[in-house]
Write a protein that binds this ligand. Sequence first.
Ligand code: UT7
Length: 313
Amino acid sequence: MSKIYSKINGTGSYLPDKILTNYDLEKLVDTTHEWIYERTGIVQRHIASDNESSVDMAYSSSLEALKKSNISVDQIDMIVVATTTPERKFPSSAVLLQNKLKIEKGFAFDVNAACTGFVYAIDIADKYIKSGLVKNALVVGTEKITSLLDWKDRNTCVLFGDGAGTVVLSASDQAGILSNTIGSNGSYKDLLTVNTDPEYIEMKGNDVFKIAVNTMGKLAVSTLKENNMNIDQVDWLIPHQANSRIINAIAKKISLPNDKVIMTVDKHGNTSAASIPLALDDANKRGVLRSNHIIMFEAFGAGFTWGSTLLKF
Ligand code: UT7
């Protein structure tokens, strides 16, 4: 029997209509467009409306990914949704999405690994597909992360945005996902967290920044080494989009030219678990990703959690 690979079959994304620019934020908190842009690379972010949930966004991005992949809903046997902002505590967002898509078979569950969630979700779906148990999986990152913001806290409210991205991952006899590495260390739990009552994001930005650069930099180097690849073989780095300075530092660490880095933080802000699938779909829609291109995902988030994926598109 030939080896089973899992391969990206189609991508989709959704961004809410409402756009909040840095200039809009100047009216809310003591900040400036210049400060936000120079420190983060962010220019604008999308904000979900009151009646729009992370599941609604996941539904829109999933319909698009299904359409692009020529896979029908009844061929989906697994749904993994990476989110930290589920519509309900339970049922999971994945089950709510399954229901919206009118799927009544297979299984669906959520993954919470904060901003690394999508890479965790890919890792899990990849293993199910390679084991032969699943043929087609919907892998989603979706966040209404602005629902966790204190709009009076300039340290956090300027950084985040909402959105969703979906990938249809399918069994294939052609190489797709080449490797995944995921990790976590809860001793950093208080550097980036959501407080209770009220539920607001709190972050020691500077500490997170340094550890993010270090961790993703090392991870990118070890991913290449484990796959016996040199940097010239990598076509695209699609990192978690939290801060352009973090992204540039990772690219520098692996000597990857900036024109091989997908950067969407300027348009989307930090959309947590949605950031990598949103950036992937953005690049795909721009037509820059070719079949067999080598793509590297690098992610880092609260926990801390981290993850790296190397794949053939
Ligand atoms: O997604 C998961 C992972 N998350 C991340 O990777 C985020 C990592 N952290 C960062 O991206 C950066 O640390 C930030 C963008 C959050 C902050 O940038 P920084 O260069 O680390 O600035 P800082 O926290 O050291 O703050 C510098 C100054 C402070 O003033 P003082 O104490 O030096 O007088 C802040 O109060 O900037 C001030 N400041 C602001 N000023 C204008 C903080 N936020 C703002 C703001 N506008 N919005």
